[in-house]
Design a protein around this ligand. Sequence first.
Ligand SMILES: [Zn+2]
Ligand SMILES: [Zn+2]
Length: 73
Amino acid sequence: MAKIKEMPCGVCNASPPSDAHHIVQHNQYLCIPLCKDCHQGSFNGIHGQARIWKVMKLDEMDVLNLTLANLFR
Ligand SMILES: [Zn+2]
Ligand SMILES: [Zn+2]
C-alpha cells in the first residue's frame, strides 16, 4: 500500500504521492496508483467520466498490469 502511493500515476505518469485506487473494493492487494485527477476528477477520474482513460486507451486491468510489472522489476 505505502509503495503504491510512492509510485507515479498509472495513467498520466504524474509524480507521486498518488492515491491508491482499489479495483476490487476492500481488496487491498488489487490497487493501482492514480493522481487526484485520474482518480476522482469529475472529468478525467475513474470515478467520474474517465475521459483521460479513454484517450490513453487504458482500463484498470492495464494499469494493474503496469503497476505489478513495476513492483516486481
Ligand atoms: Zn494521472
Ligand atoms: Zn478509487
